[in-house]
Design a protein around this ligand. Structure first.
Ligand code: SF4
Ligand code: SF4
Ligand code: SF4
Length: 338
């Protein structure tokens, strides 16, 4: 068990699906050619199949706490191999000698890839169509299945902050961790024969600097801090107000990445009038965040009404994030600006 636990809260009401976080992480940490397909941070459109495709729940723990073996996603299936586009033809060679300008096309027939089902969502247009974005990274779980599945003891949960790391000198590339993680947030590098995953930007955090995915987010929806710091937004959102919830608590790993659930616009009737019914079905949110999401949405709605009618609401002020630096409570550098 870690003595302290670092955590992240993401307010899904503010994510615009821009993928800045995805690219910030990828460019900073994960440029090896063997893991070109792998995104330690990715952003999915929900409802949707996500990345890797239909990732949810393969592995995890039994009700007795034993690690369950799951599937290893494949490059030709659930991850999808990257493709490129015919930019050269379209932008530089088209039109020569009266030739018809070609459309921009992938260079091969692809079946799946990261962000494949972006903005598709669900529900009949225009009365009940809906979608929202779900950014995902390793949850640095309190009971990490990846760690217990590794026969080489190559995965560590740090005592001082609860960050889960793979020791690549010890890793033999068996991929038991990939099987066991029900969030599919460990990735195999076939060239180096080791697995890789989010390091919670450890070198930055040790300097009191927020992780790149949080720091670069233009939506300013990510909060970072320690779960026991009662002064910090993380503690207030998770414990005081109970509006930040872990993804799939039923997997039994106690994730330390939390989400403020999305508030839904109303469905319309055939005349285009609001019906008072949520577009995002509550059952769907329960399937993601557990039954506590009902209370969380009610608290958010009540506090929003309070604030709209001119009354103070600490919760709404926190979520608006007036002072962005206060979103990152890394103690050694509360005034962090980079
Ligand atoms: Fe391990 Fe991260 Fe998966 Fe949890 S989410 S099991 S810590 S890889
Ligand atoms: Fe990547 Fe750092 Fe965010 Fe982890 S915390 S997903 S390593 S940017
Ligand atoms: Fe959402 Fe922020 Fe990531 Fe953009 S950078 S996709 S707003 S979490």
């Amino acid at each position: 068990m870690a003595k302290r636990q670092i955590a992240m809260v993401l307010d899904l009401n503010k994510c615009i699906g821009c993928q800045t976080c995805t690219i910030a992480c990828k460019k900073l940490w994960n440029t090896d050619t063997g893991t070109g397909y792998a995104y330690w941070n990715n952003v999915e459109t929900l409802p949707g199949a996500g990345y890797p495709k239909e990732w949810s729940g393969s592995g995890g723990r039994t009700s007795d706490g034993e690690v369950k073996r799951g599937q290893i996603p494949t490059l030709d299936g659930e991850y999808g191999r990257a493709w490129s586009f015919n930019h050269d033809k379209v932008f530089f060679r088209s039109g020569d000698g009266g030739e018809k300008k070609p459309w921009l096309r992938p260079d091969r027939k692809a079946q799946w890839g990261a962000n494949w089902d972006e903005d598709l969502g669900a529900g009949e247009y225009p009365q009940e169509n809906h979608y929202f974005y779900l950014p995902r990274l390793c949850n640095h779980c309190t009971h990490p299945a990846c760690l217990d599945a590794c026969p080489r003891a190559a995965i560590e949960k740090r005592e001082e902050d609860g960050i889960v790391l793979v020791d690549q000198d010890r890793c033999n590339g068996y991929r038991f961790c990939v099987e066991a993680c029900p969030y599919k947030k460990v990735y195999f590098d076939p060239q180096r024969q080791v697995t890789t995953k989010c390091i919670f930007c450890l070198p930055r955090v040790e300097e009191g600097v927020a992780p790149a995915c949080a720091r670069q987010c233009p939506g300013r929806l990510r909060f970072v801090g320690y779960l026991d710091d009662e002064e910090a937004p993380i503690w207030k959102l998770v414990h005081k107000y109970g509006v930040a919830l872990p993804l799939h608590p039923e997997f039994g790993l106690e994730p330390n990445v939390y989400y403020v659930p999305p508030m839904s616009p109303e469905k319309l009737d055939s005349e285009g009038r609001p019906t008072g019914e949520s577009r995002i079905p509550m059952d769907y949110l329960v399937s993601l965040f557990g039954s506590r999401v009902k209370d969380a949405v009610k608290i958010l709605e009540d506090e929003r009404e309070k604030r709209k009618s001119g009354n103070p609401s600490e919760l709404m002020d926190l979520l608006i994030a007036y002072d962005w630096n206060e979103s990152f409570a890394l103690e050694s550098n509360r005034k962090e600006v980079i």
